[in-house]
Design a protein around this ligand. Structure first.
Ligand SMILES: [Mn+2]
Length: 354
């Protein structure tokens, strides 16, 4: 098992690569969508929007992907994955809009580039509402700032021009996208996978699906796909392929009301479906939960790591998001704490410690 650090777009810099190396990481997971300013708590700006999407006419270029990989490699690190498509590049794939075919071609081109550069995984989250209604709260140990979810009763419909909690068209007319039911959304996922998985196979890239966070059956009148653990099987079975894989988020799985995060880990590790792992802890489940430090909360992390090790999982684990620690570098301190804990946990399970 290998440890990676996920870095948001504005953090893809030499100093952060060096930080990752120093903390004991061997891999980087890079976000190219510009959703947060540096240091902001995951998904929370007080207004529950992740801001404007990118340029619809500008796909990530071969050159910028190559430069990124070179910069990562220069620090003795590997680029494990790119995480998340930009809503600007695939909003009509999510919304079954008029540009869907053109945008599927965009995604194919991106997957080919990512494969050409030698990045083995592309993480994505097939979700209309995205991560929404997380609130910034002092809910982790010592009143550390983290995020919580309490399923607000007021769930305004998603305005036109907006998807995945970002604005892809600020000029969109008034009105909202209305209701999207489960069958319709599964069908949109099927269209996406049938188009992209063969290209990913050819390119040597695994698509890795993040579950719905928060894992509610619906949010803002739109269905969610993977809000219970067994729904990952449905996603995998839609288009069976090694290129159709999972970005297995332990924290999100723990927030689900059915099943058991340990059984789910064992099951999907046995299927060899896990492209990489998000490891974070949480207290509670939907409709109300709090993100906490990795060594508090409901998930026994050593047990989770032992299950992965026992199923010969040899992929990358990243800390996902963490609470922010009170100091001059709140994000980095939180990450260093989580990485140190995961590193010790991996060493313990590899040595057979109980
Ligand atoms: Mn996650």
């Amino acid at each position: 098992m290998k440890i990676g650090l996920g870095l948001y777009r504005r953090m893809l810099r030499d100093d952060n690569f060096r930080f990752a190396k120093q903390a004991g990481c061997t891999h980087i997971v890079a976000h190219l969508v510009d959703y947060f300013r540096e240091g902001r708590v995951h998904g929370s700006d007080g207004q529950n929007s992740w801001g404007p999407a990118g340029d619809p006419d500008q796909l990530w270029t071969l050159e910028e992907l190559t430069d990124l990989k070179r910069a990562v490699n220069a620090h003795g690190l590997e680029l494990a994955a790119i995480e998340n498509f930009d809503p600007a590049h695939w909003h009509d794939v999510l919304l079954a809009g008029p540009k869907r075919d053109r945008q599927l071609d965009n995604l194919k081109a991106l997957i080919q580039r990512i494969g050409e550069v030698g990045v083995p995984v592309m993480g994505y989250n097939f979700s209309i509402a995205g991560v929404w209604a997380h609130q910034e709260l002092p809910c982790a140990r010592g009143d550390a700032m983290a995020v919580g979810f309490d399923n607000p009763t007021d769930q305004p419909p998603i305005p036109n021009g907006h998807v995945w909690n970002m604005t892809y068209d600020p000029q969109a007319g008034p009105g909202d996208i209305g209701t999207v039911d489960s069958d319709e959304l599964w069908d949109r996922l099927r269209v996406f996978l049938e188009a992209i998985v063969p290209v990913a196979e050819e390119a040597g890239v695994r698509l890795a699906a993040h579950p719905d966070d928060p894992p509610m059956p619906t949010l803002r009148d739109t269905a969610r796909l993977v809000y219970q653990p067994q729904r990952y099987d449905r996603l995998l079975d839609l288009v069976p392929s090694r290129a159709n894989a999972l970005e297995f988020c332990v924290g999100t799985l723990a927030e689900m009301t059915e099943g058991d995060v340990y059984e789910a880990l064992a099951h999907y590790a046995r299927r060899d479906a896990i492209a990489y792992v998000h490891l974070r802890n949480v207290r509670g489940k939907v409709p109300s939960y709090r993100e906490v430090f990795i060594d508090e909360g409901d998930v026994d992390m050593l047990r989770a790591l032992r299950i992965l090790h026992g199923h010969d999982y040899d992929g990358v684990i990243i800390p996902d998001h963490t609470p922010q620690m009170t100091c001059d570098a709140p994000w980095h301190a939180g990450m260093a704490h989580a990485i140190g804990y995961i590193r010790a946990g991996i060493q313990a399970v590899q040595r057979g410690l109980k």
